[in-house]
Every structure is written in C-alpha cells, then in structure tokens.
Design a protein around this ligand. Structure first.
Ligand code: GLP
Length: 245
C-alpha cells in the first residue's frame, strides 16, 4: 500500500483529481469506479475544473458507482444517483449510457445485483476504483462482518453508518436501512484502488486498516492484499500514519 500524505483537504482533492485525469489521459475509455460521501466532493470539483479547462474529456469513460440506497429513486435528493449528477456527471461530457449506479427501486434485488456484476464484467473490469471509508471500516456499504468473497449484494446498514450518513437526510429516521453495494470481491477485482481519507474522525480506522489485522470486522483491511492501492489522506486523517507500507 502506498500512503500519500496531503497538506490539506484541498491538496488531497487536487492530487486525487490528477491521478484520475492521468488515468483518463492514458486510457480515454477507462472504466472508473466512483464513490459518494463528503470526502470525494472536492476531487469531483477539481475534475470539473480540469474538464472546463479542456484538460480532460469524459466522453468515452464508463462509470460504475459503488452503491445505492434501497427504496430511493434517482430523483430523490438523498440518492447516490442524484449525488453523482449534482457533484460530477451533470457538469462533464460523460454519456448517459455509460453511467451505472445500482437501481435502489428495482423489483428484484438479486437480479439487479447479478446484472450489475455482469455489466462490470462486460466493461472489462474497473481500471481505477475510488473509495472513501466509513468510521467503522466499511468500503462501499460493506459493513463489518462482511463476507470477503461477496460480489454486488444487498446489505443492511449498521447503526453507526445510519448515524454518520444522517447528515445528508432531514432526520436519522429517513436514512434507508438497506442498500445495494458492490461487494469486496468486486472492489478487489479493480486494477487500481484509490482510497481517500479526510478529517480526524477517520484517523483511527485508517491506522487499523493499514497496519492492523486483516479481518472481516474491518472490511477495508482486505485492501492490504491488493497489489495496487494508494491511500491519500489529509493531515487530520493521516495523523496516526507514520510510515509508507
Ligand atoms: C457512505 C458511502 C461510502 C463512503 C462513506 C464515507 O457510507 N457508502 O462509500 O465512503 O459514506 O462518507 P464520508 O466521506 O461522508 O465520510
């Protein structure tokens, strides 16, 4: 694992955007795995800036998002469909047909998960997967006690996650209790992984994830076994990280 210590959230966002931009420049038809949450917002802002300056094009990019809440429609402001539209997709030239996000309103969840996985496979696997991390060590919505061998699947969210994510809803009660998420296996199949961490709240989990035991109790710890992972943190999130590993 490569650990990159950024000076600030802005510096982290710039560096992440540069890595994504270089991936797009080297391979305009890249398959990119996108994440939601507060952490990647700055990076998406930087990507929009680069696009407006004519430095990158999303025309041939194929996008797959990590997850979506069950029960939310793409027009619901708290859905990850809406999040991606308002934080990135609406502002760049990505083609609608190349955007993939699990359908939280599907009738048959099992079928939706199988099809999502099939689409990733057909696209030729993910070239670069962006990840945030939950305070409980989740990646995507893969909560502690996850099965490392899981592909895209239905997940039940932990109370800690519901509380953390209630910041995006009017109240805690409104946060959906289940979601569809790429599984650990799906994430581990990505060629490159870029995990972002920002803020003091993430310092402890990042320390455990990088230096601690590999365990389903801390889903992100499995990334120690991936051959190409970069972790980019700002000063607050990286305060317990002492060395490159
Ligand atoms: C949600 C997402 C995760 C994300 C996490 C952290 O739970 N499903 O993909 O990593 O939030 O969010 P934040 O960046 O807001 O701390």
């Amino acid at each position: 694992m490569k650990v990159i210590m950024a000076e600030s959230y802005e510096d982290m966002s710039r560096r992440v955007a540069e890595i994504i931009a270089s991936q797009i420049s080297c391979k305009p038809k890249s398959v990119l795995g996108f994440a939601t949450g507060s952490t990647p917002c700055g990076s998406y802002g930087e990507l929009i800036r680069m696009y407006n300056e004519g430095k990158i094009s999303f025309e041939d990019i194929i996008a797959f998002n990590l997850d979506e809440y069950c029960g939310l429609d793409g027009n619901d402001m708290e859905s990850y469909h809406y999040f991606m539209k308002k934080n990135l997709f609406e502002f760049v030239n990505i083609q609608e047909k190349n955007i993939h996000i699990p359908n939280g309103r599907c009738k048959d969840i099992e079928n939706e998960c199988i099809n999502y996985e099939k689409k990733i496979e057909e696209a030729g696997s993910i070239d670069l997967q962006l990840l945030g991390i939950g305070e409980n060590g989740h990646i995507g919505f893969n909560e502690p006690d996850v099965k490392f061998e899981a592909h895209t699947h239905l997940v039940t969210l932990e109370e800690k996650t519901l509380k953390a994510n209630s910041k995006f809803f009017n109240s805690y009660e409104e946060v959906p209790k289940t979601a569809i998420s790429m599984g650990i296996k799906t994430i581990m199949n990505a060629k490159k992984i870029l995990l972002l961490g920002s803020g003091e709240k993430k310092a402890e989990v990042l320390n455990k994830m990088i230096y601690g035991e590999i365990t389903p109790n801390l889903p992100a710890s499995i990334l120690q076994l991936h051959s190409d992972v970069s972790i980019i943190v700002d000063k607050e999130a990286g305060k317990l990280l002492k060395k490159q590993v």
